[in-house]
Design a binder for this molecule. Structure first.
Ligand SMILES: Cc1cc2nc3c(=O)[nH]c(=O)nc-3n(C[C@H](O)[C@H](O)[C@H](O)COP(=O)(O)OP(=O)(O)OC[C@H]3O[C@@H](n4cnc5c(N)ncnc54)[C@H](O)[C@@H]3O)c2cc1C
Length: 440
């Protein structure tokens, strides 16, 4: 354990997601080598482009192509694979548990806190054991294999009750992440049914449970209603104003009395700021986010900056003076640009600028050729919205390399039809070897 010595001003970036990676990119391109040293710490050595996770789960995009290797793009930064567990800003020291398990301390002059958010959970019996969230590439790969392997298992079984359980899929939480993963997985599973002799699309049960009276708060009520209608036409059951009471052993009980068994329960009921923020001496708001100024400096800490899902950044556009920017990639990317400029201005003793951006709207895919979008209040649906979703996110996908690879995936899927292979073994790769070692 020891604090690394330093000569140049040292910028420590905690998190290599949207905010962390884009901030580091901005810093390395605008600062020269002799100006500062930059360290980026993240438990994953890659940035995940989360809006493409549903398509990765559905097999429209190769999962590897929705992540960007940090070392490849941040050539002038030191990338440390590890987790920051504590920040003592009064002493300008962060504690890191690196991926090898070592605990080290690292000193810094300027801090950029960008560890994002984690799934917001509730004390529902069975949630930890039976639920899975949808925020990482590992979860997307797991869910794809899991859903396809449920079709396999159902096809291999004649037990009616077991088949019903295997073919019941539930998504809890109707924000865009929940709706997209539900729609994309259902679309994929429906397509895959043609390869199974005993599984028909009508045998599957897809359910959405949402506690509020509407879905996708990011778009207008009318577009939310339209989306509900379209999903219902596909046979998806939608329970609004409904909560899950329990899901012990996969037995889902809703507060409206509905009960059923499900082998797949996806939890997408919102996010909360990363709890590592509580292991810092930085000021937090009532939602445990870092309190920031419009310059993205942490309140009363001019040499600490933050943005993205973990930060309470004043939203300067609406009339409500207490409003903060929503947790979205749209804000995270733009905030990172301002953040990088402001860190440089701070180091040079120049004035800092304010972050201000009006929400442009949202685009969401509901499966192949189906989508909804709302851009500056104008609504789009169907194939056009789906195309807008793909075009927008492709344009936002970092690096030319990843853009080309994703475009190639989409083209291949159009030419050779959808990939429905289930690599279920990935979820338990040692099983075969363990079997081999136990057979005499
Ligand atoms: C499925 C899905 C679909 C989405 N679709 C959209 C969309 O269509 N449009 C949109 O605007 N937004 C979308 N979002 C939201 C958007 O992805 C987030 O708002 C955005 O990623 C926030 O950026 P961030 O940098 O704050 O966090 P992240 O991008 O999550 O980055 C946080 C990083 O911090 C790292 N980290 C965590 N803990 C630590 C630690 N202790 N030490 C060091 N590093 C740590 C993580 O590994 C991660 O790399 C979607 C999100 C999901 C999950």
């Amino acid at each position: 354990m020891g604090v690394a010595p330093r000569e140049l001003p040292h910028i420590l970036v905690v998190g290599g997601g949207y905010v962390g990676m884009y901030t580091a990119l901005g810093l390395q391109s605008k600062l020269s080598q002799g100006d500062a040293s930059i360290t980026v710490v993240d438990p994953q050595p890659q940035m995940t482009y989360q809006p493409f996770l549903p398509e990765a789960a559905a097999g429209s995009i190769e999962p590897r192509h929705v992540v960007v290797p940090l070392r490849r793009v941040l050539k002038r930064c030191r990338v440390v694979c590890g987790r920051v567990t504590k920040v003592e800003h009064a002493d300008h020291v962060a504690t890191i548990e690196n991926c090898g398990g070592n605990v080290e301390q690292i000193g810094y002059d300027v801090l950029v806190m960008a560890p994002g958010s984690i799934a917001r959970t509730l004390p529902i019996p069975g949630l930890a054991e039976c639920g899975i969230s949808f925020k990482t590439i590992g979860e997307a790969i797991y869910l794809r294999n899991h859903v396809l392997s449920r079709l396999e298992a159902a096809d291999a079984s004649i037990d009616v009750q077991l088949r019903r359980r295997l073919l019941s899929f539930v998504v809890i939480g109707g924000g865009y992440a929940g709706i997209e993963v539900l729609a994309e997985l259902e679309d994929m599973a429906r397509y895959a049914c043609r390869y199974y002799q005993t599984v028909e699309p009508a045998d599957m049960r897809w359910v959405l449970v949402e506690a509020a009276g509407r879905i996708m708060p990011e778009v207008s009520l009318a577009l939310g209603r339209y989306t509900v209608k379209r999903l219902a036409q596909r046979g998806i059951e939608i329970f609004l104003n409904t909560r899950v009471n329990t899901m012990e052993n996969g037995h889902v009980v809703l507060d409206n009395g509905t009960e059923f068994d499900a082998d797949t329960i996806v939890w997408t009921a919102g996010v909360k700021a990363n709890p590592v923020l509580r292991q810092t001496d930085l000021p937090l708001d009532d939602r445990q986010r870092l309190r920031c100024q419009p310059t993205l400096q942490v309140v009363s800490c001019p040499d600490a900056f933050s943005a993205g899902d973990c930060a309470a950044v004043p939203d300067l556009t609406p009339l409500d003076p207490d409003a903060t920017t929503s947790p979205s990639a749209q804000h995270a990317v733009r905030q990172a640009e301002v953040l990088a400029d402001n860190v440089i201005a701070y180091l040079r003793g120049q004035p800092l600028r304010h972050y201000q951006h009006r929400d442009a709207g949202s685009v969401a895919s509901l499966g192949l050729y189906r989508g909804v979008a709302e851009i500056y209040g104008i609504r789009f649906t169907g194939p056009l919205a789906w195309l807008m979703h793909r075009t927008y996110h492709l344009s936002r996908m970092p690096t030319f390399n990843r853009k080309v690879r994703i475009l190639t995936d989409w083209t291949a899927a159009l030419l050779f039809r959808r990939e429905v292979v289930a690599l279920g073994q990935i979820n338990d790769p040692k099983a075969e070897f363990v079997r081999a070692t136990t057979v005499s």
